[in-house]
Design a protein around this ligand. Structure first.
Ligand SMILES: C[S@@+](CC[C@H](N)C(=O)[O-])C[C@H]1O[C@@H](n2cnc3c(N)ncnc32)[C@H](O)[C@@H]1O
Length: 348
């Protein structure tokens, strides 16, 4: 894809601003925080939040986080608008089952998640904007879905899976690596967004992958019970309100065959007060209202209640080896997400 020079310049600028925020503004705020703590170890009014909010660099850090994200979507939207039409169905073996009667829940449509105007569901352009934006949101480090390949390569058990369901598959970037790693498996991607699924099927066909895409809620997929031997979801948990999460675990448990595995990639708190507050506030500044409640919830208990066993969280290091043994992350100076994988299984 060749872009006009102004479009490419806008994208480069938005990405550079995000990198400046993550690689320079965030560590500077961290240094200010550490200096205050080193000077005064006694408890401060307002705890870590009180200290952080009073730091000289806090206002610009917070403003730039939201401002650069908004600017990014603007640059991405304009670039997509100037691209040639890209809606022709590509021939291939992937299938698409849309549900014209599906009512999208209010909690899904009420928020422009990640500050993307119109969300990922409103029309086909929104899906294309999401596709291009997803590369830049990950600080430009997810070209060709390296991040998702690392998840598929390190966070999944080595078994001869016959049936895999990817919940909240978006335009397929989490689903393609599953099919590539387990080509023998029947792979189904589930999402609420028809525009994302239309894009997913085209992109899967272009890649020569045979994947079934189905429009449904992850809490009511309409797929048969006890048939999946792997259920995955990447970046879905934090997009669901707390009250909906038990139904997600119940549906996953229903889908799994005895002995089947569940792997959900999302976020967990690290125990580092500075980093954890930055993450909570990232959810607020980035229009992700369900993120902090999900991170505070006991999802292990929720999964157990749904009938799953052998449940635990493990850290996931997207800039290193992927899945780690424990819920402990390598220390890095730049902003990066506290990725974690929730593992569970259906008893045999
Ligand atoms: C952040 S995206 C992640 C997409 C993909 N799994 C990935 O890792 O790139 C979350 C996706 O979940 C979908 N989604 C949100 N709530 C859902 C629900 N209740 N059922 C199915 N899909 C849902 C959204 O439409 C969106 O495509």
């Amino acid at each position: 894809m060749t872009r006009t020079i102004p479009d490419q310049a806008r994208l480069d600028f938005a990405l550079a601003l995000r990198r400046q925020w993550a690689g320079s503004v965030y560590p500077r705020l961290r240094a200010e925080y550490d200096t205050v703590l080193a000077k005064n170890r006694t408890r401060r009014r307002g705890g870590a939040a009180g200290v952080i909010h009073a730091l000289p660099g806090y206002e610009s850090f917070a403003w730039l986080e939201r401002g650069s994200q908004k600017l990014l979507w603007r640059a991405v939207s304009e670039a997509v608008d100037h691209e040639p039409p890209d809606d022709a169905m590509t021939a291939g073996e992937s299938t698409l089952a849309l549900d014209p009667d599906l009512a999208l829940p209010d909690w899904y449509t009420d928020w422009d998640i990640h500050l993307q105007p119109g969300g990922v569901w409103s029309d086909d352009r929104a899906a294309r904007v999401y596709e291009l934006g997803a590369r830049l949101v990950m600080l430009g480090e997810n070209d060709d879905y390296e991040f998702h390949r690392l998840f598929a390569a390190t966070a999944l058990p080595e078994r001869g899976f016959r049936s895999i369901v990817d919940l909240g598959c978006g335009f397929g970037k989490s689903t393609f690596p599953l099919k590539q790693r387990f080509p023998q498996a029947d792979v189904t991607g589930i999402d609420l967004s028809a525009p994302c699924l239309r894009l997913a099927v085209r992109r899967a066909n272009t890649r020569g992958l045979r994947i079934h895409f189905r429009q449904a809620g992850a809490t009511a997929t309409g797929l048969p019970s006890g048939t999946a031997d792997l259920v995955t979801a990447t970046m879905l948990l934090h997009e669901l309100p707390l009250r909906v999460l038990p139904a997600l675990f119940a549906e996953s448990a229903r889908l799994l065959a005895p002995g089947g595995a569940l792997r959900f990639l999302d976020f967990q708190y690290t125990g580092d007060a500075f980093r954890d507050l930055a993450m909570t506030e990232h959810g607020r500044r980035n229009n992700e209202p369900y993120l902090a409640p999900m991170m505070r919830a006991d999802l292990v208990a929720m999964a157990r209640k749904a009938g799953l066993h052998e449940i635990r969280w493990r850290a996931f290091d997207e800039r290193g080896q992927g899945l780690l043994d424990k819920l402990e992350w390598p220390v890095r100076r730049e902003w990066h997400f506290p990725w974690a994988v929730l593992e569970a299984g259906k008893p045999p």
